[in-house]
Design a protein around this ligand. Structure first.
Ligand code: PHB
Length: 385
C-alpha cells in the first residue's frame, strides 16, 4: 500500500491525522483578561486582520490560531500555557507576548521544543538573546529611546528628568536615554521608577516638577498607565510650568490617545507606528482591522500581531508547509517585510527588528487626535545589543 493511502486510512480511523497534517497551528500567548486585556485584543485582532486580508490557507495548509490567555504579567502562567501549546496542542509556532516577563518565561521552552517563537510586542532588548528560536517583529525600548535623546538635544533641551515603569523595558528606556543624552552633552537631572502594579503617579510627577527640568521623558506601557501618567502631569501643573513632555509612543498610543484628550496635544514621542502613517500598506491594514473590530483604532501592538502573521505565512510558504524549527529560524533571519509602519527587517544575526523610528507630535486630524510623524530615523537597529 502506498504511504499516502495508509495516511488516509489512519485519518479515517482517528479523524485527526488529516486535520493535523493539513493545518499549521499558531499558538498565541497574550494578555486577554485583566488590566492588560487590551494588549491581547490588539495583538490577536492584528493577527486576525492579516488572515482576513490574505486568507487562511498557505501552501495548501490551513492556518489556525490557538489563543491562550496569560492574564497579565504572569510568567508562571505563560510558561504553563506554552508547555500546553507544545505538548497538547502540538503547535508549529508560538507567537504573541504583550508583556516582557511572559516572553522571558517562555524562552527556555522555545529552546527545548525548538519552536519558532515570534514576539509581537514585548520590548526589552534582552528577550531575543534568551533563545535562538526567538525572533521579534515589534520594537525595543532602546531602539525608540535613543532617537528621542538625539531629537531632544538637537531641539535645544539640556536638562531632562526621566520617569519609567519599573521593569525590563522601563530600565532599558531609562539607561538608553541617560547614556545617549549624556554622550551628546545633555544631563539627566533626576530619574524615577514607577511600579507596574497600582501606580500612584501624583507624587512621582510632583518630584519631577520640583527639580525643575526643561522636560520630562517618560516610558510606561501603553494603556491605563499612560492615561494615569498624563492625568497627573496636567493635574500637577507641569505643562503650565513650561516643562515639556517627551515620551515613547507607548504613552500616546493610538489605542488610548482619544482618552487622553486635548491635553495630549503637542506631546512629542518617538515610535515605530502611527495609525496616521501615510502609506498604501497602512491603509490596507486599517481597512482589514476595521473588518475585525470596527470599534477600536489599531495600535502598534495590532501591527505587531499583523506583521508576526506575515512572518509566519512567509515561513510556511518557503518551507512549503513542512515546519521545522531550525529551518523556520533560517527563513526568519534576514526576512524583509513591507509593514504598515514602513519597511522592516529581522536582523540575521540578532533576530531582532530593524526599522524606521519616527518622531511624532500629537495633533488633530479631521477632529481626532493622532501622532503625526514629522521626522524619520531610518533603519534603526536595537542599540541594546
Ligand atoms: C513590555 O512589557 O515589554 C511592554 C509592554 C507595553 C509596552 C511596551 C513594552 O507599551
Amino acid at each position: 500500500m502506498k504511504k499516502w493511502m495508509m495516511l488516509g486510512l489512519v485519518a479515517l480511523a482517528t479523524g485527526h491525522a488529516v486535520a493535523a497534517g493539513n493545518t499549521i497551528k499558531v499558538g498565541v500567548l497574550a494578555e486577554m483578561s485583566g488590566t492588560f486585556a487590551d494588549f491581547g485584543m490588539q495583538i490577536t485582532n492584528g493577527a486576525k486582520a492579516y488572515m482576513k486580508q490574505y486568507g487562511d490557507t498557505v501552501a495548501g495548509k490551513k492556518i489556525e490560531l490557538v489563543i491562550k490567555d496569560t492574564t497579565g504579567p504572569a510568567p508562571d502562567v505563560a510558561k504553563r500555557l506554552a508547555q500546553e501549546l507544545v505538548v497538547q496542542d502540538k503547535v508549529d509556532f508560538i507567537v504573541g507576548f504583550g508583556l516582557t516577563p511572559n516572553a522571558f518565561a517562555v524562552a527556555p521552552i522555545a529552546t527545548e521544543a525548538k519552536k519558532p517563537t515570534i514576539i509581537m510586542n514585548a520590548a526589552t532588548s534582552a528577550i531575543t538573546t534568551k533563545s535562538p528560536y526567538i525572533a521579534r517583529v515589534s520594537f525595543t525600548l532602546a531602539q525608540v529611546t535613543e532617537p528621542m535623546a538625539q531629537w531632544a538635544y538637537k531641539s535645544g533641551l539640556r536638562k531632562i528628568y526621566t520617569v519609567v515603569a519599573d521593569y525590563g523595558p522601563g530600565h532599558d528606556a531609562e539607561q538608553t536615554f541617560k547614556k545617549a543624552f549624556a554622550r551628546l552633552g545633555g544631563e539627566v537631572v533626576g530619574e524615577l521608577r514607577v511600579p507596574l502594579k497600582n501606580p500612584e503617579f501624583g507624587p512621582f510627577v510632583q518630584r519631577a516638577k520640583d527639580s525643575k527640568p526643561e522636560a520630562v521623558f517618560v516610558f510606561v506601557p501603553a494603556g491605563e498607565m499612560a492615561v494615569g501618567f498624563m492625568k497627573a502631569y496636567y493635574e500637577r501643573g507641569l505643562a503650565k510650568a513650561g516643562i515639556k513632555l517627551l515620551s515613547t509612543g507607548d504613552v500616546t498610543d493610538d489605542g488610548v490617545i482619544e482618552a487622553l484628550g486635548d491635553n495630549a496635544l503637542g506631546v512629542i514621542s518617538t515610535h515605530q507606528y502611527s495609525a496616521a502613517h501615510p502609506s498604501a500598506e497602512n491603509k490596507a491594514f486599517l481597512a482589514a482591522y476595521n473588518q475585525i473590530n470596527p470599534k477600536q483604532r489599531p495600535n502598534f501592538m495590532a501591527v505587531g500581531g499583523y506583521d508576526g502573521m506575515a512572518a509566519v505565512y512567509e515561513v510556511v510558504r518557503q518551507l512549503n508547509g513542512n515546519i521545522n524549527g531550525d529551518k523556520a529560524m533560517q527563513v526568519l533571519r534576514g526576512m524583509k517585510l513591507n509593514s504598515p509602519r514602513g519597511p522592516i527587517q529581522i536582523d540575521a544575526e540578532t533576530r531582532d527588528i530593524v526599522q524606521n523610528v519616527y518622531v511624532r507630535e500629537v495633533k488633530k486630524v479631521d477632529g481626532r487626535l493622532y501622532n503625526v510623524e514629522f521626522e524619520t530615523f531610518a533603519a534603526v537597529r536595537d542599540p541594546g545589543k
